[in-house]
Design a protein around this ligand. Sequence first.
Ligand code: EPU
Length: 312
Amino acid sequence: MTPAVKEKLTALLPGRVKFDASLAEMTTFGLGGPAETLAEPDSPEELAGLLGLVRAELLPSFILGGGSNVLFRDGGFPGVVIRLGRGFADLKTIAGEGDEVLIEAGAAAATAALVRLTRRQGLSGLEFMAGLPGWVGGALAMNAGTREAGIVDAVQRLEIMASDLEVRRLEKGEIKSRYRGLDLPEGAVILKAVFGLKRGRPELVEAKVLEVLAARRASQPRGVKSAGCVFKNPPGEAAGRLIDRAGLKGRRKGGAWVAEEHANFIVHRGQATAGQVIGLLEEVRTVVREKFAVELEPEIKIVGRDPQGAIG
Ligand code: EPU
């Protein structure tokens, strides 16, 4: 990136552009090299200006949310990592009629804050999200959730910035989602979502949330760093079960290993590199392919370049 482009970026978002910015601390994996540029727009206008410049200068870009499903390679990101600022983190109840209550959540709001609000108000529909880290925008983009439910199921309306840099609304009928996926128009950035929730009995909502949290605690590793499940579940199967049956629990590469508690987690305690995690992921994939003829598809996004400079 030339000094002139850097100056333009700084002028566009004064105080909210950093160069050579650590990305590891912005992800739950806590790994990987720096972003050449990190930009944090705080309004749709600022985002539009930034996306316009990124496009005009042909800069590689990546939209980062809460960083709970992303692994940056050790060579970092050679371009602009865009993370929506606090101006996109509002969370409010906007309407409630009869049994239904609408909650509007900005893309940069933490899913934990969203679940906390619904729990406090005794609203039902997002209990399955309890204990999942990340931000609303990222959770929507990958339709985060469990085997049975995805967060997009609860969405009534989305607000996006389309590739022409206009803000657009998508109503429920226009939103196409699938297991761990959401089909948005090419280049769209999620700005906010309106969730349709049911006024439930607060004690039942609370009981369900506690049940979900207890189930996660019982089956998933804690006290280590990870990005949650590494692979999507193949149709009709569980990636964790296959990896477990392949005898891969505890398999290590450098400081990273396949979790003993849940085989679809790769974890570390701060001694691993992104390259080791990726190497282990590929090894797991190869073993499962050879043993069960199943191709596991990563759920996590692997982004950036390796230290030798190859971009992926
Ligand atoms: N299993 C094993 N061995 C293991 C792990 C799992 O045999 O090491 C078996 C379990 O016994 C169970 C099946 O595999 O029969 C499924 O396991 P689990 O109930 O833990 O659910 P999952 O499909 O592995 C999904 C989501 C999780 C989410 C849980 C909560 C995916 C890829 N994962 O896990 O999401 O927390 O449901 O119900 O859909 C994430 O997305 O990062 C994530 C962790």
